[in-house]
Structures are given as structure tokens and as C-alpha cells.
Design a protein around this ligand. Sequence first.
Ligand code: NG6
Ligand code: CA
Length: 509
Amino acid sequence: MKRNSFSTLFAVWAAILFSTSTFAQKKQQKPNVIFIYADDVGYGDLSSYGATKIATPNIDRIGKEGIRFTNAHTTSATCTPSRFGLLTGKYPWRQKGTGVLPGDASLIIPTDRLTLPKAFQNAGYKTASVGKWHLGLGENNKQINWNEPITKGPNETGFDYAYFFPATSDRVPTVFIENHDVQGLDKSDPIMVDYAKKIGNEPTGLENPDLLKLPASPNHGHNNTIVNGIGRIGWMTGGKQTRWTDEEIAHVFLSKAEQFIEENQKTPFFLYFSLNDIHVPRMPSSQFKGKSQMGLRGDVILQMDWTVGEILKKLDELKLAESTLIIFSSDNGPVLDDGYADKAVELAKGHKPAGALRGGKYSAFEGGSRVPWLARWPQTIKPGTVSDALICQIDMLSSFANFFQQKIEVDDAPDSFNTIDAILGKSKTGRPYLIKQGGALSITRENWKYIEPREGKAIQELTNTDTGNNQAPQLYDLSKDLGEKTNLAAKYPAKVKTMAAELAKIREA
Ligand code: NG6
Ligand code: CA
């Protein structure tokens, strides 16, 4: 009798537990996921990461209502390799030709590979890539014909919808592409692009500096074809009617992102929203010009924060906030002078774009690749969480494949760890170690970071980058010396040996 009532009670309890947990699971099973990927935003560029000269309330709101990571990373200190790592789960340095790409490069992600958006597609999501692409287009080693549908790009990489520009806003062609088609093509004014030599007879920054509204910094290049008063990297002719206006880029991308969210509000969706801000040329819309007191770089930080705010507003409006995981991060560390005379250095006024970190974009030090990462998913993430778990963008693929209970082979995402519990704030344990690429490779495990010896300038004067190049090995204790000031390699030779060996082993794997 006693036993019977106990088992009945147990059955009732189990039924309740089961039904609530399946309910909770059902509710949480497929959140919409928005990954906002800012360009060149540093660890110290947001107020939630300590910036005091500029306010980023909308981005900060994600962390307040969700989680803020202090130990989140890209794989690399520049754009193309970081994006390659994020989308493929494979360290970019394992594949040749994954450095910063020109605007006419071929697609570097093999179309038969599993990718992050394909994992979402396999889970029944609608996927979109809106914004900067910078992973190449078209067939290997084949010249892109911009006047015909472009054969390979984001669609073939796993995105159902794509609205993007090919490379960076300082590289030609300065056009938007929707899926396979350059927007607003005019057959009578075909687009031609060249990165090796001047084509056509349009003014260039080199020959006609008087025509520039934003001059290039001395010796930085950016002096080829002039579009919208700005000298670019590379030459182009044609497509006069279709070229973008830099001041409108943020608005154009935002409207496409909003449209995708609206159109897919009933299905789970994955939106990779890759902002042009705050990359050079920094050309805010008139809404933000002069608003930051920090010059154009500050203005585009405000524009970026506004963009994020508009997305949050859209989610509120459509009542999607609860069921959406929104992540904000950056593709590499910050740089002040990246090639245009926009007075970013002069007007920084003590603002430290990398915060307490050493180095920035292009560097092997933490400033190159430790980035802001904030995430909100009200159904799962506890508001106001701060996590120091070691996470990397390269882990998104394995983490979400695991979240969807998809089985993936090691070769599918060879360097990607399943850290979904850390990403969702359920665990403080992230990945055990991480290899990062500045110029030199480094390996971080627990509090230790080892940077391999590398020839080359310690300071790259043009961008004032503290590169991390050193002919001797470097070892830092990040728990006591986040600013990587004291090289402990001579003091701990055994540690150096073990870490160098581990780096070599993973590199050869
Ligand atoms: C560099 C450009 C820089 C920027 C960078 C790519 C010069 C001198 N500098 O080569 O301005 O475009 O490439 O930035 O040309 S990234 O964020 O896309 O990696
Ligand atoms: Ca970048």
C-alpha cells in the first residue's frame, strides 16, 4: 500500500517533471539566432567594457539583459581569417590563401564543407548573411564577371538569402550584391575590376588627391579609383549608377536585416549580420556625423550602437525578444589609423580602444583577438551574467551542431569545440586551450599564453601596431598580466617547451 502510493506519487511527479521539461525544451528548442559581427571593434570600445569617452547603451543592454564575456576571442587579428574560422570551425592558417582578401578573390570556403549556416539549415532554419562578406566569390582562380550572376558566394556557403558587399568598404567594387546579382546593373556601363593595374580613365587618389573628401593617410595606399570622394584599394570602371554612397551603408544593411527578420518571424531563423562599422573609411550618415566629439571613428561607433538598438527594437516590436538569441561580437581588435586621414588618433582623447590589452588589429597580443562578446536569450541566459569562460568564435559550429543534436565528423569542423554551455552561460568552463593568429601564432591554456618566435618589426609604424613579433619566445601569465608586459619565457623554460610542443602538435594535426 505504502509502496503503491509512493509509486503513484512518483509517477505523478515524473509526469509533471517530464511535461514541464519537454515544454521548456520545446519552447527553447529553436531560438532564432542573430550573430551581429562588428568590424574592428576593440575590447575597450564599448561602455560595458570600460569605455568612458563614448557610450554604447544598446550594445550594453544585451549584456545587462544577458551575458557579457571577458575572455572571448576571434581566431585571428584580421577579418578574412576570423570569418573563415567562425563559419567553418577550422583554423584559417590550416588553409592557404585565407589572409585579407582583395575584392576580386575567389570564394575560399569549399562549397562541399559543412558551415555554421548549413548546420542551421539542417536544423530547419532560414538563414541569411547581411553585410560585409570578405570571403571571396566565384570559382577558384576564375575572374569574376560582375555583369553576370556570380556563381559562388554566401548562397553556396549555406545562406538562403544574402545581401552584401564583396570585401571591405575600402576595396572595389563598391557595389551591393543580392544573392548572385550586383544590384542596379546597367548593361551599357559594365563593371570591370582590377587589383594589379589601373584600368579605365577615372580619377585616382594618387593622381587627383584634390578630388578627395577623405584623404588617405600618407603611405597607406588607398589611392586607386576614387568613388564617392574616397580613394579605394583596387581599380574599377563602369557601374556608375550602382556604386554605393558610404554614408548610407549602415542604413541599407539594417533595412535588409530588418526585412529578413520580419519575413521570417514565423520560422526559426539565423541571421549573420556583418556590419561595415567601424571599418575604414569611416563615413557616418548625417544622423551621426559630429555626434561623438571623437571624430569619425567615434561617430561610427555611435552609428553601430544605434544599428544594434534598431535590431533590439525590431525584436521587441515583433515580440521575438524572448525567443531570440542575439550575440554581438567583433572580427578583430581595434586600430586608429587604418589608412585614411580621419583624425582617429588625434581625437581619441585618451580613449583606449583595446582597453587594458596590448596591441590591436594585426597583432599577436590580446588586443588583436580578444573581443567583446555579449549575448541575450531571456529564456535561457540569466540577466547580468559576466563570464570569464574561454570561448572562441570558431566554436559556434560545433556548439550549435551539438545544440541541435546533429552528428558531425571531426573533419567537418576540426578545430571547433562544443562550448554551448559556456556560450549560453550555463557553465563557466569553455574550451581548454586556443590557438590564435596575429602575425605569429600563440597558444593560450589556462592563465598561460605562449607566442611563438617570429621575425619582423615589433612595431608596424603605419598603423602603430604593437605586432607581437619577437625572435625570442614569449610567455605571459594572463591572470596577473593581461597587458602582456612581462615576458616570463626565460623564467619558465619548461613551460615554454611544453607549450611550444603543444602548438607544434596541433598545427601539424
Ligand atoms: C589592409 C588595409 C586596411 C584594411 C585591412 C583589412 C592598407 C594599407 N591597409 O591591407 O585599410 O582594409 O587591410 O581590414 O591597404 S579587415 O578588417 O578587413 O581585415
Ligand atoms: Ca575587421
